[in-house]
Design a binder for this molecule. Structure first.
Ligand code: AMP
Length: 306
């Protein structure tokens, strides 16, 4: 087996409705690694009517976890494909301590390991509210919130124009069961990765762009531009959230390369929010609907630049 020291295995952990799917679609583009969601893999098996999909169906409809062995099998099979050779963003997996231990052991056999576990922390009342009003596009999986029982807008995805739908397991009685299961079975996974020193806790109750800013700061950092008093968000090619002291380098959201050897000064997420590079800032904004809550960047006549 080839050693895979440079493989970036990043976990996205959090309760149903925490925003994992929304953030994963942004992050996997940025990191250029595939987004592997165990729920999507299981739904795909169900749609194709495979024996595994049929066996998983009853668990999923009740809001229970599908047995560990079945989920590990589909996720590990997906991780073997060539597009995951550089790494993967795992969404919704592992969801039990047994799955986490199996994943760690199988990755260790390949001289690889979980580099960062990003935990989107959201209070239960916010989760229930979000799930109750969640509509999805069947093609691109984008989510659209609605405050009423009808889909938002004209009921179609802004990008794909497909009819939006609500997931069967997003019904209130199933949601409660999914949240109970999460508290019982998945919280120990968070403790597990915290004990291993790779967990990053992110307040997922804020708006999408602010959560994105925190995720980028965790997977890289904040650096000051050379020519203007503007801060950039960057994502590191080593993805070591805990590695604030070692040498670092990466690419800013506006596309510039950064490295400590070229004298870049590192800052905090708050520095970025006070004086952001406007192009980096623009990259954080969801494309499908306007975000009103985010503080506006300071006005400047100069083009943002490093
Ligand atoms: P999700 O789309 O992540 O909310 O998952 C939908 C359903 O798929 C869950 O309620 C579970 O029944 C099942 N599922 C997804 N991921 C896992 C996992 N890692 N372990 C067990 N069951 C899972």
């Amino acid at each position: 087996m080839t050693p895979q020291h440079d493989r970036s295995i990043v976990l996205l952990l959090g309760a149903p409705g925490a925003g994992k799917g929304t953030q994963a679609r942004f992050l996997h583009h940025l990191l250029a690694i595939p987004h592997i969601a165990s729920g999507d893999l299981l739904r795909e098996h169900r749609r194709r009517g495979t024996p595994l999909g049929l066996a998983a169906q009853a668990y999923m409809e009740r809001g229970d976890l599908v047995p560990d062995q079945m989920v590990v099998e589909v996720v590990m099979e997906r991780l073997q494909r060539s597009d995951a050779a550089r790494g993967a963003l795992l969404d919704g997996f592992p969801r039990s301590l047994a799955q986490a231990q199996t994943l760690d052991a199988l990755l260790a056999e390949q001289q690889s390991a979980v580099q960062t576990a990003l935990y989107l922390d959201v209070p239960t009342d916010v989760l229930v509210q979000r799930i109750a009003g969640r509509w999805l596009c069947p093609s691109c999986q984008a989510t659209y919130p609605s405050r009423t029982s009808t889909p938002p807008g004209d009921g179609r995805c802004v990008a794909c124009k497909d009819q939006l739908y609500q997931r069967h397991d997003d019904r209130p009685e199933v949601v409660q069961q999914r949240l109970d299961v999460y508290l019982r079975q998945t919280l120990p996974v968070i403790d597990h990765y915290a004990a291993r020193g790779v967990l990053v806790r992110i307040d997922g109750s804020r708006d999408i762009a602010q959560v994105r800013a925190s995720l980028c700061a965790s997977l890289g950092g904040v650096v000051r531009g050379h020519h203007h008093d503007r801060w950039h968000l960057y994502v590191s090619n080593r993805l070591r959230a805990d590695d604030a002291t070692g040498p670092w380098q990466g690419r800013t959201l506006c596309g510039r390369r950064v490295a400590d050897r070229t004298g870049h000064q590192r800052g905090q997420e708050s520095d970025f929010l006070e004086h952001p590079c406007r192009l980096c800032y623009q990259e954080l904004r969801p494309r499908q609907r306007p975000i009103a809550e985010l503080p506006q960047p300071a006005r400047t006549n100069q083009l943002p630049t490093g």
